[in-house]
Write a protein that binds this ligand. Structure first.
Ligand code: ZN
Length: 90
């Protein structure tokens, strides 16, 4: 299984959990997300959510981050470089 595929599965699992939770709570999931503050950059953002990081920590909790889209892009770029170094050094 490729890392991309694993990420996809993790994303879809998370999505299913969210939907199940929202349905259970009687919430309309088509509601736009409320603006909130990104815990990463402390800026107001409309896309703060839990995201699967480009990491492979044994502790699964560390592979998730709650942040806005911008922070997530930075996080992804950072780890893409780390992965490139990792594979380049073998
Ligand atoms: Zn942010």
């Amino acid at each position: 299984m490729t890392p991309e595929r694993i990420d996809e599965l993790a994303e879809s699992n998370y999505h299913d959990t969210i939907i199940a939770h929202c349905v259970g709570a009687g919430l309309d999931i088509s509601e736009p997300l409320e603006e909130s503050v990104c815990p990463c950059c402390n800026q107001q953002a409309f896309d703060v959510r839990k995201r699967r990081r480009n990491t492979a920590y044994l502790d699964e909790l560390l592979n998730w981050i709650i942040c806005c889209g911008e922070c997530f892009e930075r996080d992804n770029e950072y780890y893409a470089e780390r992965w490139a170094e990792y594979y380049g050094s073998r």
